[in-house]
Design a protein around this ligand. Structure first.
Ligand SMILES: Cc1cc2nc3c(=O)[nH]c(=O)nc-3n(C[C@H](O)[C@H](O)[C@H](O)COP(=O)(O)OP(=O)(O)OC[C@H]3O[C@@H](n4cnc5c(N)ncnc54)[C@H](O)[C@@H]3O)c2cc1C
Length: 925
């Protein structure tokens, strides 16, 4: 009998059984437009390197096609399935039960807490017919989905156990191999007709092939007078059920998790489990005798293990749902309490090892979470016992990545979450890839992990992150090759979690590790395998190496011993690789420049080749003393204790050392002739040809007047006759522009509040209180500026708003028209004059956040860490901040909702002045 809670939930869940999923019509039902069918520029390379299996799939799609999914121009597969269910709903409801109900098993190989199975059993019970269970072995699906042989073996072993469990309930499990995957739908329908079955039940799988197949089957069944019902089961909360304030799928885990917890707390029946199916009537044994007699086929040839491997894996990974439940219970009894402290240490078997069961469906996520929660005194998911809380939040990642897959289905088609990341020019160095696969990179922690996966078909989560980061960032090898290798070797291979883990580690997925966070394998090794036990277990050549040398034998005095034992030297230098990755990974290129099919990597590299150099042909002028922070970065032997004072003759040796420093840096921003280049870890140099010193003097003024406003510190300025080099502190975090699309509404609101308070403070200084001077313009220079398409600088001092208006409405060499005269005379000139930044745009706002131990953003900690670019700052009329901020609004791009978060409480709302300014703007052309 179904449990009471489960019955209650049936009504609750009917809405997310796919029947009522949002079916809003996409703009283009069948995308036949040619340009959307064009392959991605690098598609040939992806095929050559085994990333796209052309036998089963089209070439790698263009970025435009991926974006068409996001824009609703191409229907998502889940929408196709929902539409098929809706279209056939009347027909399906009328289907009368005949001789049997069929449940089609897929990745849900259990009898308990299986929603689709329970629903099928209920139908059979209500209509008084027997339930038949079915499993189709599809060698082509195994190949197309890169299913590891070890996983196939695990499933076939599980089927044997399942068959016995079902037989105890007088339910047959019929298993058949269908060689051609395309024939599966028609074969199932034929079988149903053969058995006189009227209803087919199944749980939903969220990968694209499966959703599309089910959409097609629902219609095929309806055409033949059969009813197919598909249910959400694999996640605790169904995909699509959680959305951000603006109704979108979350791309960041922390706010998604908060929403997930709140949703489960509000709907506790989501954790109620489904009973096993009811027993068939005993005469089913006779009626369906041939089905009871059917054998479980052998593992298909393309996925057969060697006998030795089969034996080892069978001992390591006992199959079936009873084993799953035992493992879960044991973990909850013995280990969950210590999980939070110990889970990151691969040498301690401190995690649950239930991923294999969640992947094969021998355990449901509901049961896993419910079992852990029930041990918690609080009965809450996010409170009480630290270990339980942490473990539940890890299991939730699995739900998160499945939600992501459903919303961005092209991640299942070899595209990264942000399509433009396909433009990274990855390496396909086969000897590096081979060394990585074989665990012979010369980085002991990487090699240990890679040997663990080939030996156990499993790898510890911390090590998955380390080896993935190493492949993508140290070797710069296409992360999709690593993703494929994992799928082909893991017993717990799960598309969504695997893709999510690789996207995180290569910084191309949802909620990714920031691109500049590149795991240092040595530090990871020392931190998470401090005694080297994990390394010694998996890399036996190194077992006799003592102490810390185990982490880096060639760098720590154990080279001869390692060499003798046949352990390879490191195949790359981590420091060089890191620098290379920072150049190639495009995330530092402003989003505006990386959208579209630009060859970002080549562009970045060519820019890097041409970093500006301080000229040594003309005497160098020191405009502001170079601080000891910058001097401390120069080669040893150079002055570093006291700032280099104002002088017309910077010593040649210092110029050279500064040039070396700049050449080692990375371009953080570049526009026309202006570069911002990193200098060491904490500083940057901005260099440009304009000769405008306002940005420096303005910054110094701001520091004097408002030491608490976060802004870069000036650390020295020099000029070489062509360029100015302005050294400054580097603000932590990222530009608000680069993270904006991923932030939740609540974080955006919090940032607006922070900006309101900063700008209230900045504007607290106003002209009336400044008796010493009275010019509209830069704080120190007093020069008025108006930056539009080009920068305009007033040639005369501007002493009043009236004069400022006249400056705005003038253009050298152009006669002032009647229209512009009228505009000018109608402009108000009694605004307060206040201190103003003058270029309030998300690219000039740095934000920083706290991270969890995996480097992931904790969204509610996002803080404004700095306001950059004070070039246009100074004393200006009170509407100027708003007017200039409005000119930076882009109504279409990823920042289109920035307008809703302008800090207008502080800077005011001056729409009339802005409209007038638009007229002036048009006149300037
Ligand atoms: C590059 C990379 C690839 C990965 N590939 C897979 C994969 O193919 N299949 C897979 O199940 N997990 C994958 N993971 C996630 C994670 O490594 C494994 O789920 C975990 O190591 C399994 O061990 P466990 O059952 O002892 O985990 P526990 O620590 O006991 O966690 C319990 C369960 O929570 C879920 N879980 C934990 N962490 C994650 C996570 N980061 N993402 C998604 N689910 C998580 C798993 O279902 C896991 O079984 C990958 C992670 C990375 C970084």
């Amino acid at each position: 009998m179904p449990s009471k809670a489960a019955s209650k939930r049936k009504t609750e869940l009917d809405g997310d059984a796919g029947h009522t999923h949002d079916t809003k019509k996409p703009k283009l039902q069948n995308a036949t437009s040619d340009h959307l069918r064009e392959p991605h520029n690098f598609s040939a390379e992806a095929e050559e390197n085994g990333i796209v299996l052309r036998e089963y799939y089209p070439h790698e799609m263009s970025n435009a096609r991926a974006r068409a999914y996001n824009d609703g121009e191409i229907p998502r597969p889940i929408e196709q399935l929902a539409a098929a269910l809706e279209e056939t709903s009347a027909v399906r409801n009328k289907v009368k039960a005949k001789d049997a109900v069929v449940f089609w098993y897929k990745m849900d190989l259990r009898t308990t807490d299986n929603r689709g199975l329970w629903e099928a059993s209920e139908k059979a019970r209500e209509t008084g017919v027997p339930l038949i269970c079915l499993y189709i072995v599809s060698p082509q699906d195994f190949e197309a989905h890169l299913t590891a042989s070890v996983r196939v073996d695990f499933m076939m072993r599980t089927l044997r156990i399942l068959k016995q469990d079902l037989a105890a309930l007088d339910i047959p499990l019929y298993v058949e191999t269908v060689e051609k995957r395309k024939e599966i739908p028609s074969r199932i329908i034929d079988l149903m007709e053969e058995w006189g079955a009227s209803h087919l039940f199944a749980n939903m799988e969220y990968e694209v092939d499966e959703l599309r197949r089910e959409a097609k089957m629902v219609k095929m069944c309806a055409d033949r007078g059969l009813a197919m019902e598909v249910f959400h089961d694999t996640c605790v909360v169904s995909p699509g059920a959680l959305t951000t304030g603006s109704g979108k799928q979350y791309a960041v885990y922390t706010p998604w998790y908060r929403s997930w917890v709140a949703h489960v707390h509000a709907n506790p029946e989501l954790l109620a489990t489904f009973d096993p199916p009811s027993k068939n009537s005993p005469d089913a044994r006779d009626k369906l005798a041939s089905l009871f007699d059917c054998d479980i086929p052998d593992v298909p040839e393309n996925k057969r293990l060697s006998e030795e491997d089969a034996k080892r894996f069978r001992a390591l990974w006992p199959a079936g749902e009873h084993e799953a439940v035992d493992r879960l219970e044991k973990f909850c009894k013995e280990k969950v309490g210590q999980y939070a402290q110990r889970r990151n240490f691969p040498a301690q078997a401190a995690t649950s090892s239930i991923s294999v069961h969640l992947a094969a469906g021998t355990l449901s996520a509901r049961t896993a979470i419910r079992t852990a929660r029930d041990r918690n005194k609080m009965k809450k998911l996010d409170a009480g016992d630290e270990g339980i809380k942490t473990w539940i939040s890890e299991v939730a990642w699995r739900d998160f990545y499945k939600h992501v897959l459903v919303n961005w289905p092209y991640i299942c088609m070899n595209k990264p979450f942000k399509p433009e990341y396909s433009n990274i020019e990855w390496s396909y160095n086969s000897s590096h890839f081979k060394a990585w696969c074989e665990g012979r990179t010369g980085f002991p922690i990487v090699d240990a992990a890679m040997r663990q996966i080939t030996n156990m078909a499993y790898m510890h989560n911390r090590c998955r992150m380390i080896v993935a980061s190493f492949l993508a960032k140290d070797l710069l090898i296409d992360w999709r090759m690593g993703e494929r290798f994992f799928m082909e070797h893991l017993i717990d291979g799960d598309f969504a979690s695997n893709n999510g883990g690789w996207g995180f580690s290569a910084s191309v997925g949802v909620d990714p590790q920031p691109y500049f966070r590149i795991f240092n394998p040595l530090l990871q090794s020392e931190k998470f395998d401090p005694e080297g036990d994990y390394i010694r277990k998996w890399v036996p050549e190194l077992k006799d190496i003592k102490g810390k040398a185990i982490h880096d034998p060639y760098g720590r005095g154990a080279a001869a011993q390692a060499k003798k034992a046949g352990y390879p030297e490191p195949i790359v230098d981590h420091k060089d690789s890191r620098n290379r990755a920072l150049t190639v990974l495009p995330y530092q290129v402003p989003p505006g420049q990386r959208l579209g099919n630009v060859d970002v990597a080549a562009e970045a590299a060519s820019k890097q080749d041409k970093l500006p150099r301080i000229s040594n042909e003309t005497p160098i002028k020191v405009i502001h003393p170079i601080s000891h922070e910058i001097l401390g970065l120069l080669d040893p032997g150079l002055p570093s204790d006291s700032p280099i004072a104002l002088s017309d003759h910077l010593p040649q040796v210092v110029v050279e050392a500064l040039n070396n420093l700049i050449q080692e840096g990375q371009i953080l921003h570049q526009l026309h002739g202006t570069y911002v280049i990193s200098v060491g870890l904490h500083y940057a140099v901005k260099t440009e040809t304009s000769g405008d010193l306002d940005q420096i003097t303005n910054l110094q003024y701001i520091h004097d007047k408002f030491p608490d406003i976060p802004a870069p510190r000036c650390l020295g300025t020099i000029a070489d006759g062509q360029r100015i080099y302005f050294f400054m502190s580097r603000s932590p975090g990222s530009t608000l522009e680069s993270v904006w699309p991923d932030l939740s509404v609540s974080t955006k609101v919090s940032l607006r509040n922070q900006l309101n308070s900063l700008f209230h403070h900045i504007r607290s200084l106003c002209f009336e209180s400044q008796t010493e001077r009275a010019l509209i313009g830069g704080f120190v220079s007093g020069v008025s500026k108006d930056i539009r398409k080009t920068e305009r600088i007033a040639s005369n001092p501007v002493r009043s708003e009236k004069e400022f208006n006249e400056f705005l409405c003038s253009k050298p060499g152009r006669t002032t028209t009647m229209l512009i005269k009228t505009v000018c005379s109608s402009m108000s000139h009694n605004h307060r004059i206040v201190s103003t930044h003058g270029d309030l745009h998300p690219r000039n706002i740095m934000v920083d956040w706290e991270k969890d131990e995996n480097g992931r953003m904790l969204e509610d900690t996002v803080r404004v860490s700095s306001i950059l670019d004070w070039e246009a700052a100074g004393w200006y009329p009170e509407h100027w901040e708003f007017v200039k901020a409005m000119h930076a609004i882009d109504s279409r791009g990823p920042l289109r909702d920035w307008i809703d978060y302008l800090p207008t409480e502080a800077i005011g709302n001056y729409m009339i002045e802005y409209s007038v300014d638009c007229l002036i703007d048009r006149w300037h052309g």
